[in-house]
Design a protein around this ligand. Structure first.
Ligand code: G6P
Ligand code: MG
Length: 213
């Protein structure tokens, strides 16, 4: 029986991908790194340092420099975050969350982002969640199951009682590794391993999810 839902943040509750893209692009321009939208797509759900490693491909860069670059990218990203507000919550998501909560389901956030709490605060929806698991909560990032297991533990639920909502391939893999049921948001090519797939957030139907899974 489903007792709780664990929501990824970026791409599920709000769309910060464009801000991540612009911030990485600025850094890449400054440091002469190859980067474009296609590379950016590979960064969905991936941690900050792992994102840089993907951008760098096989280039060997000293750790101190990589730290400086990820810090700078994050500065740019945080500047964009000051602009976001309730208006940036994706299609009706707030109403859907409120309904689930009213029906007695436990709600968690499970995001790789170290900025997750800041984003939720800007969106003014922190209070809807029983626990917020973010990039600071565990060592191993998605596709490891750790973050979702941490969230389930915080909800006081077993993995089998949780359903994860994810837009990233690494996130779908993490949920499956945690032995949770998972809803994929996006194209089959990206989230096709999920138990149920919706093309986008506006199509999510929780009645269907609860009935089918
Ligand atoms: C989310 C996004 C990724 C991002 C990661 C880390 O998972 O989908 O694109 O790289 O969070 O975000 P952070 O805010 O910690 O740099
Ligand atoms: Mg995501």
């Amino acid at each position: 029986k489903i007792k709780g839902f664990i929501f990824d943040l970026d791409g599920v509750i709000t769309d910060t991908a464009e801000f991540h893209y612009k911030s990485w692009q600025k850094l890449a321009d400054e440091e002469d790194l190859f980067f474009n939208r296609e590379v950016n797509e590979k960064l969905r759900g991936v941690s900050r340092m792992e994102s840089l490693n993907i951008i760098l491909a096989d280039q060997d860069i000293p750790a101190a420099k990589k730290k400086e670059w990820t810090d700078r990218k994050n500065e740019y990203y945080q500047k964009y975050l000051t602009e976001i507000s309730k208006a940036d919550i994706l299609d009706n998501m707030e109403a859907k969350l409120e309904k689930l909560k009213a029906e007695g389901y436990k709600l968690a956030v499970g995001s790789s982002s170290r900025n997750a709490k800041k984003v939720l605060k800007q969106l003014k929806i922190t209070n809807l969640f029983d626990i917020i698991a973010d990039g600071n909560s565990v060592e191993r990032a998605k596709p490891a199951p750790d973050l979702f297991l941490y969230a389930a533990q915080g909800l006081g639920l077993k993995a089998a009682e949780c359903v994860v909502l994810e837009d990233a391939e690494s996130g779908v893999e993490a949920a499956l590794a945690a032995e949770m049921r998972v809803i994929g948001l996006g194209p089959e090519s990206r989230v096709g391993k999920a138990d149920l797939v919706y093309a986008n957030v506006s199509e999510i139907n929780f009645e269907e999810i609860i009935k089918k899974l």
